[in-house]
Design a protein around this ligand. Structure first.
Ligand code: C2O
Ligand code: CU
Ligand code: CU
Length: 509
């Protein structure tokens, strides 16, 4: 594997940057000269966590310390999850990452617009015992972002064993939007795990193909999670941090969900109502829920509803030309027996118990004005997404640590329309596609790929950094890169990513 080759050189570079030597890129030197507002230390190391009754679970976890600046910039989690980074737009942040997990790693700030050197590209991975220094200014709008490891070929197992955390960006103008304040918000990290008290990761053929699927859902690191809420409006930030599972989120009492934000900030205009929401790996959605509309003392559950369109049986049925006919039925059942958990199984994510306090009437939220229409593109790119012989490709290519092809170059500061087409050949599978270092808009989703039983739950509005593309679909995104350098795009099914369904892309003037 190439990571090893890169490690020493990059570590030296990181050390050089830390020492503020002339080798450090301009952006780093400039930030260092001004001094950061916030300096954090994030350490990844083995640990133990209580997931449910019985034996403790051996995990990997991030722990954090504030070395300089606001003490509330880190919200310690009471599970194996890393502390939630609570950042403010405009803040200059320095983060020292210490790797103590016994294998190479690097941290990526998912969804964040950061300089190339701070992006956590796998070429920056450091060996255990090493450190990496990040410096960036928070440029993203208020929203729900994530951080997680990104060493090539090891991301899936490191995330599965516990390495991930939330990164929340706040802005002062949120107060004017009549959104519930931080005391009335809940950020919920949704992950699936195999039942039992072990987080040990094992690959295998089925896992490489469908991605690792668990049969229980942990919400903020807990099985059977219960949140106590007051009868008023709450802001719920939902993040899918599962290796491969797609959720179809709905309230157990059938009420619609009111969406106010997507991957990359608040939605413009008005909240969107949906009967259920489809959340693919590493997508986020923010919803506003008025718990005051339920009976005092009531309990409701956030569930993932059953769907059959993405089960292995149905995929194989499609592959063999049998349409979706084999989906929910006998073949699906047989597959589960043979291969374990499937996409689309009904699961409970968390329960909410509403207190008997006096109801607080909600106020009308004020979402940002609609941004201007996407400008005419200066460039157009096309990527054919395919999955064959257990591996995924973009335009027939898989990951190469250094290579950037001509059709992977985007003009800096100018709009590109990037079309992704899931050819549905080989193994027809859905892929959550993610682009680093940018936020983009979805212009169009074409083809009749989106299955009937998921279609209504797709949120293509607002700004995104990850989107699900179904077999047979063509999706056009509008992107304006703002950070120069080499970033990457990949399938965010972590097993597909580790299998090489990932490529570099270059943003250059
Ligand atoms: Cu969240 Cu390249 O990843
Ligand atoms: Cu990312
Ligand atoms: Cu994929």
């Amino acid at each position: 594997m190439k990571t090893g080759m890169w490690t020493r050189r990059r570590m030296l570079k990181a050390i050089a940057a830390a020492a503020g030597s002339a080798a450090a890129p301009t952006t780093l030197r400039a930030a260092a000269a001004a001094g950061p507002d916030l300096e954090l230390r994030l350490t990844a190391a083995p640990g133990e966590a209580r997931i449910r009754d019985g034996a403790l679970t051996r995990v990997l976890r991030y722990t954090g310390e504030v070395l300089r600046g606001r003490a509330d910039a880190l919200r310690i989690s009471d599970s194996y999850l890393g502390p939630a980074l609570d950042l403010r737009r405009g803040e200059r942040v320095r983060i020292v990452f210490r790797n103590r997990i016994g294998e190479p790693s690097i941290v990526h700030w998912h969804g964040m617009l950061v300089p190339e050197e701070a992006d956590g590209h796998p070429r920056f991975a450091v060996d255990s015992g090493g450190e990496y220094l990040y410096e960036f200014t928070v440029r993203n709008p208020a929203g729900t972002y994530l951080y997680h490891p990104h060493p090539h070929g090891r991301t899936a197992s490191q995330v599965y064993r516990g390495l991930a955390g939330l990164l929340i960006v706040r802005e002062p103008d949120e107060a004017k939007r009549a959104l519930p304040g931080w005391e009335h918000e809940l950020a919920i990290v949704i992950q699936d795990r195999r039942s039992g008290n072990s987080f040990s990761y094992s690959g295998g053929m089925m896992t490489q193909m469908s991605g690792l699927l668990g049969d229980v859902v942990l919400a903020n690191g807990r099985a059977d999670a219960v949140f106590r809420v007051t009868p008023r409006a709450w802001r719920l930030r939902l993040a899918n941090v599962s290796n491969a599972r797609v959720y179809k989120l709905a309230w157990s009492d059938g009420r619609p969900l009111r969406v106010i934000g997507t991957d990359s900030g608040l939605l413009p205009g008005k909240p969107l109502e949906r009967p259920y929401l489809v959340l693919a790996p590493f997508e986020r959605v923010e919803i506003l829920e008025d718990f005051g509309t339920r009976a005092p003392g009531a309990e409701i559950a956030l569930e993932s509803l059953e769907f059959s369109s993405l089960s292995m049986g149905s995929m194989m049925g499609n592959m063999m030309g049998g349409g979706g006919m084999m989906g929910g039925g006998g073949m699906g059942g047989m597959m589960r027996g043979m291969m374990g958990p499937e996409q689309g199984e009904p699961l409970t994510v968390a329960r909410f118990v509403i207190s008997r306090d006096a109801r607080v009437k909600p106020s009308e939220v004020v979402l940002p004005a609609s941004p201007h229409a996407p400008e005419k593109p200066a460039a157009e790119l096309y990527s054919r997404v395919s999955f064959r012989r257990m591996r995924g490709f973009f335009n027939g290519r898989d990951f190469d640590m250094d290579a950037v092809a001509d059709d992977e170059r985007l003009p800096l500061g100018q709009p590109t329309v990037w079309t992704f087409e899931n050819d549905g050949g080989g193994m027809p599978m859905p892929h959550p596609i993610h682009i680093h270092g940018v936020r983009f808009r979805i212009l169009e989703r074409r083809g009749d790929g989106a299955p009937q039983d998921l279609r209504e739950g797709l949120i293509d509005a607002g700004f995104k950094d990850t989107f699900l593309i179904f077999p047979g679909e063509r999706v056009k995104v509008h992107v304006v890169p703002t950070e120069p350098g080499m970033f990457m795009y990949h399938c965010h099914n972590l097993e597909h990513e580790d299998g090489g369904m990932m490529r570099n892309c270059l943003f250059r003037a």
